[in-house]
Structures are given as structure tokens and as C-alpha cells.
Design a protein around this ligand. Structure first.
Ligand SMILES: [Zn+2]
Length: 149
């Protein structure tokens, strides 16, 4: 009985565990038995914040793409139906698509034609792409966008 694992110490465990590994990992620590693969990579990437589509949160443009056109970033325009749009001007809008021929009708920026711009993901109408020769910019309807912070 010399090899018996019973030790008597008042303040310690009486039994030396027969399975030390199990002893080392109490039942409450379930993560201790998971595989390496489950240790997910938490990528902490400093992403530039995007201004997103208000309907589907697709990244549309960036705050750094804001530009001033005719003295202002924000313009209020009414279309021929009387609907008033508040638009912001952006140099580029990577999340937007535009379609159709360029129109010169009712253009809000003299010398620029326009195409309709829509969300590249959910196709919500987000504004217009204004074009003049090699110049172009996006006029995006601000209440259809969600700005970061
Ligand atoms: Zn969208």
C-alpha cells in the first residue's frame, strides 16, 4: 500500500488525481479543450470609415471623398416633380453604380450631364453621377446615407 495515492494533509486535497490533466482543467473551463482552429484570428485592422447605404449598409463612399462644388459641399435641389433633395458632393463613390445614357436635362450643375447612381448592392437610388468631359463627381442624397460617427 506504499504506492497508494492517499496523502493526509489537512489543508490540501486528500487524493492525488489519477488523471492530472483533467485535474488541471476544471469543468468550467470548456475552452481549455478546444482545438487550435477554434482560436479565431481577431483581425484588428484600422479601416477607413465608410459612408454607407442607409438601406443595406453597403459601403458607398468615404468622408475623405467629400468635395466642394460651386462653393459648397451640400446642395439643395428640386427635381422637375418638385421633390427636394439635399445632396453632398463626393469625388468618388466606389459603392455606387450608374446606368443609362448621360442626360443634360434639368442638370443642377452647369456644364455637367448626369446619370442616375444607385447602391451597388441593393440598387437604392442614391443620387447622381455628374459628368463633364474628364471631370466627374457624385451628388449623393444625404438622407439615404449613413455617415460614420
Ligand atoms: Zn444599399
Amino acid at each position: 500500500m506504499h504506492s497508494c495515492s492517499t496523502i493526509e494533509r489537512p489543508n490540501k486535497r486528500i487524493m492525488i488525481p489519477s488523471a492530472p490533466i483533467l485535474f488541471r482543467y476544471p469543468a468550467k473551463d470548456k475552452s481549455g479543450t478546444t482545438t487550435k482552429e477554434s482560436v479565431s484570428e481577431k483581425e484588428v485592422v484600422e479601416e477607413e470609415k465608410y459612408i454607407c447605404c442607409a438601406q443595406c449598409l453597403h459601403p458607398i463612399t468615404r468622408p475623405s471623398d467629400r468635395i466642394v462644388v460651386n462653393g459648397s459641399h451640400i446642395h439643395n435641389f428640386a427635381n422637375p416633380s418638385g421633390i427636394i433633395y439635399e445632396i453632398g458632393c463626393f469625388q468618388s463613390a466606389i459603392g455606387c453604380g450608374s446606368a443609362g445614357p448621360t442626360s443634360d436635362e434639368f442638370t443642377w450643375f452647369k456644364g455637367f450631364g448626369w446619370k442616375v447612381s444607385y447602391c451597388g448592392k441593393c440598387l437604392l437610388h442614391l443620387g447622381w453621377l455628374f459628368l463633364s468631359g474628364d471631370n466627374s463627381f457624385n451628388g449623393l442624397i444625404l438622407d439615404r446615407l449613413i455617415e460614420p460617427d
